[in-house]
Design a binder for this molecule. Sequence first.
Ligand code: NAD
Length: 266
Amino acid sequence: MTERFLTGRTALVTGSTSGIGLAIAATLGAAGARVIVHGLGSTEEISHAEQTVRDAGAASAHFLPGDLADHVAIEHLMQQAGPLDILVNNAGIQHTAPIAEMPPAQWDRILAINLSAVFHSMRWALPNRAARGFGRVINVASVHGLVASVQKAPYVAAKHGVIGLSKVAALEYAAHGDRSSGGITINCICPGFVETALIEPQIQSRAAHHGGDRDAGIRDLLGEKQPSLRMALPDDIAALALWLCRREAHNLNGAAIPVDGGWTAA
Ligand code: NAD
């Protein structure tokens, strides 16, 4: 059983109705946190996410809505959430097309959800951390915050922006707290390919070149970029997020940690 070192802590995980966010919410819950589940989804998907987090052992798991494309909705979400010990900015969307064919509305939407929402939530969450001496912001960026790929202009721009923004926040709060309280840290996790719904369209488009063979599509996709030739699982990312919440992680700050099977080592 996971050590319950997050007992008494409250965590908001954006985009935790599915994928990486749900895995992080469940993992923080298993360590004893009160978890605020958030994201889009049907009533069934939302209840399923809440139940998954409760079953994992969370002290509580309640859903709060909030469209991250709308900064007024984010303010409302943050007010309803109240003081947070842990903020995980995980929600994100993708749309692939060459720059010349990228719909401007997609640019605006991806920048709003993948970048501006991170600013709006941190602006609310960070000030009340200073007096408490402990706080964690974990921004799920991407390997595309470190390097580029074609056809992902808004996504790459937004994820590079998240890493820069996180460094500023890390510097501004670095001196609060101490070794025993755990300090305040703001870090990015930069996954390569992780097995979730987000990358399914890319897998399917590759699979189409192999008569619909999904495994062949995955081999194609990973062969170009991810030297390990294996996708991470959402739980792998969640394990790192959990570790960043530990007191011992007090001096790991302003970092962008790749979990990319060697992609950015090349
Ligand atoms: P996912 O599609 O399974 O989950 C995305 C979550 O974001 C969902 O809960 C969704 O409801 C929420 N969301 C989307 N738009 C929203 C909005 N407007 N308002 C509120 N919530 C919204 O995808 P995932 O793969 O789990 O992605 C999670 C994060 O990980 C994203 O930031 C993504 O960019 C990043 N990431 C994923 C991969 C990968 O390979 N899957 C790789 C690198 C980075």
